[in-house]
Every structure is written in C-alpha cells, then in structure tokens.
Design a protein around this ligand. Sequence first.
Ligand code: FAD
Length: 342
Amino acid sequence: MNLAEPQKNFSLKAYNTFGIDQVAENFISVNHIDKLRETLLKYATKDLFVLGGGSNLLLTQDVPGLTLHINLKGKEIIDTYDAENCVLVKAMAGEVWHEFVLWSLENGLGGLENLSLIPGSVGAAPIQNIGAYGVELKDSFVRCDAVEIETGILKTFDKAACEFDYRHSVFKTKFKNKYIITAVYFCLTKQNHLLKTDYGTIQTELTLQGVENPTPSAISKAVISIRQQKLPDPKMIGNSGSFFKNPVVEKTIFQSLKEKYPDMPFYEVGDLVKIPAGWLIEQAGFKGKRFGDAGVHTKQALVLVNYGNAKGRDILALSDKIQQTVFKIFGIQLLPEVNIYP
Ligand SMILES: Cc1cc2nc3c(=O)[nH]c(=O)nc-3n(C[C@H](O)[C@H](O)[C@H](O)COP(=O)(O)OP(=O)(O)OC[C@H]3O[C@@H](n4cnc5c(N)ncnc54)[C@H](O)[C@@H]3O)c2cc1C
C-alpha cells in the first residue's frame, strides 16, 4: 500500500471550527486503517497531533511534527444485540457524527436522537463523552477500537475501560495521546425506544411541531431546531461550542451561593450540584462582549467566538479573563471543555 507523503506547512484554518489560521508542519489525512498504522510506524514521533473535525479545539500556535487527520469511513449494522431489542452498530472514526446520527434514524434505530447536530467525528465522540439534552454517548456506547500510537497495535476498550464521566473519558487522562480511536460500536434500539423528552425545551418544541407521539426522528428534528436557534453555526461564525464545562460543586458551597444569588439556576447531580457556566459568565458581564475579533456570543455566553481574524491566543486571553472574573465573583474555577493546543 502506497503511503501518502505528508503535505508541508499545511493551513489548518479549514480544519478547525474556530477558523484559526495555524499551520501543520506536516499533514496527512488517512482513510484506511492499514495506512494509519503504517503512517504511525513510518512517521510518528512524539510530535503527533490527532485531528478529527476540529470542533473541540483551540489552536494557539502552529503544530510541529505530524498532524494526522482521521478520515476512516464506513458504518454498518452488525448484529442483533441484547435480547433482540437492540442492534450492534459500528461506525468508523472519520464518519461525521451528525450524518451517522441521521443514518441511524433512517434505519429506524433509536438512541442517538438527542445528540443530533453535534459537530465533529465519530472517533472523537468518546474522548469527551459527548452529551446534549439529557443524553450522553456512554448511554448507547458498547466498545471502541483504538490503535496504540507507539506500537500500531489495535486494541478494544469496553465501556468500563473508557471510564466515562461528564465530558470525560480515560482518553483525556491515563491514555491521553496514547491511542487513536478507529471505530465505535453502539447498541441502538429497534423498538421500545427510550425516548428522552423532558430535558430543556424538547417537549415545547415537539408541541410546537404538533407531535403527540414522538419517535426518535421527531425528537431529532426538535433538537436540530432548538440547536439552530440557540447555537452559532461555525460556518457563519467561528466557535467550538461550549468553551467551558459546567462547574459541579459541593452542596454546602452551592447553598451559600444560592443565598447570595437566589436566581442562580442549578441541577442536582447526586450529592453535588451543577451550575450552568453560561449563567456565571453572563452575570460576570461578558455576554455579547467583543475584544477585537475575539468575543462572547450574543445569545449564548458559554460560546466564545472568532469574528474573523482572531488568533488562538486572543481567544485564550479572553477565556483567562472570564475565568479570573468568574472566580473573583463566585469563587468558582471554570475549566475549559475545549482542547487547547498545545
Ligand atoms: C457549534 C458546536 C456545538 C457543539 N455542541 C456540543 C454538544 O452539544 N455536546 C458536546 O459534547 N460537544 C459539543 N461540541 C463539541 C464537539 O462537537 C465535540 O467535542 C466533538 O466530539 C469533537 O469532535 P471532533 O472530531 O471535531 O474532534 P477534534 O476537535 O478534532 O478533536 C478533539 C480532541 O479529540 C482528539 N481526537 C480527535 N479524533 C480522535 C481519534 N479518532 N482518536 C483519538 N483522539 C482523537 C483530538 O486530538 C483532540 O484532543 C460542539 C461544538 C460546536 C462547534
């Protein structure tokens, strides 16, 4: 198999949804698993950067070494799974997440509908256990295949091995930069779908659309409509979705904050309390603020935006300013959800 030569000094502007113009010293897009493994053996040094759809990424400098764009394609229904109600579905890492969700719905399968319209690739979805509207990837995840970067050996990780949590997996800690996910397997329902309509404004949107008995496809349509109204389209304005994670605090901390800020929204998560980071940022006065070409979105304070020619470091400086101000006011440390390179 012929290996592609790396493209030198390759602009990554079209490969990250922030639209940041940084350059990869060497760039290869791989569309076959054998090519991926051979490329790793031939070129990979410690300077390897793995790129999917670039929708959860802030580049603050050029990328030395090799940038490997994962473009493995393919999706299939493999088998009946779990007492006939589920099927096992396999999707390769380079599939576009939202196209995969739509394909699953066209095949009459349920489970991913609330995760409609999340940008990015299938392979990156387990990295932060993507989630939206009360559903997370882990809810339908069965296992993933991943190539070990150092050896090129293909391994399988089941759900427990992935250590999923809120916007978190083992690939962000112990196995960070050690594996490339090549395929993800899901258990999707053929019937008796576990529909989640109680989160956010899904039910209101379904009512607006005149849907009385929702199907997975109807929920997907509702989620798409809500997201299109609320979130900026990266094709129109550069962004990476939620820039920060929603902080989770102890109940005692929450209670003293609530006394001071009675309007503060919250969600109980077991013994802890989650506070919407967007609300904190809005209270800190940043919603809609613009500093040169870096800004905070006018409708959603959790989304930082590039109005055109912002550098990654401009966005980073703004995120630092937000973190410091929120900490000063509320004593809460916001942590980025976006992967900041380097
Ligand atoms: C408008 C908008 C809305 C969004 N809404 C949501 C949302 O509702 N919920 C949510 O959870 N996220 C959301 N996101 C964030 C983003 O879409 C997800 O995190 C997505 O999974 C990122 O996929 P990607 O392919 O673009 O990853 P990239 O940005 O390319 O990479 C992200 C990280 O994963 C690593 N990586 C990528 N592919 C692989 C692979 N195959 N193997 C190993 N490592 C890999 C990269 O090195 C990097 O560290 C949103 C983003 C945008 C722009």
